[in-house]
Ligand binder design. Structure first.
Ligand code: DLL
Length: 432
């Protein structure tokens, strides 16, 4: 294990972790009360003061923060330190409304780098590795987040940023990159390009750290096979720093949440009620150590389950499952909840790749769901006569998974636009 394996923290006893959380929560609530008038007003409205918070057991006395609060308080309303102490910002891509801007002190950046270094180490990285980072650099947190982690681990760091696939492959081959960091959809595109160019034998990758968007177990297996690597998941969001809130270990069975920095809760997204361990619901995070942007009980909208079983890797941090989608990504089609990840699972199980697009529309006051799926090259070249049969098979498999009819259209290989960052899978024409 690389020198950045923080065993005494990552494998601490549950009592020790709880003690850190209790102490840090009390300090953090005091910090927010004194320095963030916006949140103090929310606490006052709920009739709670710092004196009421003695540890993590009192967490549910505190009000939630949602994306709407971030928009209301934009740009500086949730800042926890004087502006002169902020050294960096990041921001979400924000497709609707105002962007979310998050702030960092130098200490915030150091702790974030630590979290990303833990993720890289858990994926097997050490100072002998060449780490190629193809997450976007800039306002998006992916590039600079993993960059900081890679420096801490001592890897030779290639700050490639996203896009320019020719250049990515040239560096990957010439500098013999061993660790690849990018979105899973871009990893898949890189794999496709490597095979097309017959470069398989000249690639030295051993592991990939993929996140920022939902991806299924089937997609993991596909990427691992295509690239000959182990593919690890990493989770995070701008509001809480960025990647590295949670990371997978060698067991590849859930992502360990950095519980010395964050407390995770699962709530019912409708009622806000805290749900017991093992229940599926919306993930809520309290950041315990952030100075500049200290969010308490932030509602992520990600639907998830927490697992407190001990992990064979020895880490004692709680694990989160792969998010099953965002509550605001969930489509409601004919009254039925549909997550794009369910559709992806079916496609990959049936031997297709994760190149698809979901189109939802309303025709004659009734919802329609259509899935465009790229044919495999074999199907395209050899068996054109079988297309309708294949489409029928997919319709049946989707019906079994979703409970509703989805029209399936097989389209020619490579006709669906590839993404260099987060893939856009859904076109909901009802909203256009
Ligand atoms: O996507 C941070 C990140 C960068 C994570 C690189 C991992 C790797 P945002 O752009 O603010 O931040 O988007 C956060 O992306 O609430 C989830 O819905 C989704 N997301 C992030 N990681 C995963 C993952 C970055 N591993 C939002 N699986 C989150 C599924 C993910 N969804």
């Amino acid at each position: 294990m690389g020198k950045y394996y923080q065993k005494e923290i990552e494998c601490a006893s549950r009592e020790q972790i709880r003690a850190w959380q209790d102490e840090r929560l009390v300090q953090q609530v005091r910090h927010v009360w004194e320095n963030v008038p916006y949140y103090r007003a929310k606490m006052e409205e709920k009739g709670v003061t710092p004196e009421d918070i003695h540890g993590a057991a009192d967490l549910n006395k505190l009000p939630f923060v949602s994306k709407a609060d971030l928009r209301d308080a934009y740009p500086y309303g949730l800042l926890g330190v004087p502006k002169k102490d902020v050294v960096r910002i990041h921001s979400t891509s924000g497709t609707t409304g105002k962007r979310v801007v998050a702030y960092y002190t130098q200490k915030d950046l150091d702790l974030w780098d630590d979290c990303c270094a833990r993720a890289l180490t858990a994926a097997g990285a050490d100072e002998t590795d060449v780490c190629q980072i193809c997450y976007g650099y800039g306002l998006f947190t992916g590039g600079l987040g993993l960059h900081g982690g890679s420096h801490k681990v001592g890897c030779m760091t290639l700050p490639m940023s996203s896009g320019n696939t020719d250049r990515q492959l040239q560096f990957m081959e010439d500098l013999q990159s061993t660790i690849l960091c990018c979105t899973p959809s871009y990893a898949q595109y890189l794999a496709e390009s490597i095979h097309e160019r017959g470069l398989q034998d000249r690639i030295h990758l051993k592991a990939g750290i993929f996140g920022a968007e939902a991806w299924s177990e089937e997609m993991r297996r596909d990427i691992e096979k295509q690239l000959g690597i182990r593919a690890f998941d990493i989770y995070g969001l701008t509001e809480l720093s960025g990647p590295g809130v949670a990371y997978e270990c060698s067991e590849q069975h859930g992502m360990h949440i950095n519980e010395d920095h964050f407390i995770a809760e699962i709530i019912d997204p409708e009622t806000g009620e805290v749900l017991p361990d093992g229940a599926q619901g919306e993930l809520v995070f309290t950041s315990l150590t952030k100075q500049a942007f200290p969010l308490l009980r932030y509602r992520t909208r990600d639907i998830c389950v927490l697992n407190r079983e001990p992990c064979a890797c020895g880490r004692s941090f709680v694990r989160m499952c792969k998010p099953m989608g965002r509550s605001d990504d969930m489509l409601i089609v004919k009254g039925v909840n549909v997550f794009p990840s369910q559709i992806e699972t079916v496609l990959l199980e049936q031997g297709y790749q994760a190149n698809y697009q979901i189109i939802v529309d309303r025709v004659n006051a009734s919802d329609t769901l259509e899935v465009l799926v790229e044919m495999t090259p074999e199907l395209f070249s050899d068996n054109l006569g079988q297309i309708t049969e294949q489409e029928k098979k997919l319709v049946a498999a989707l019906k079994a998974m979703l409970g509703i009819y989805a029209k399936v259209r097989l389209v020619t290989p490579k006709s669906i636009v590839r993404s260099e960052g987060k893939a856009v899978r859904v076109i909901d024409k009802r909203k256009i």
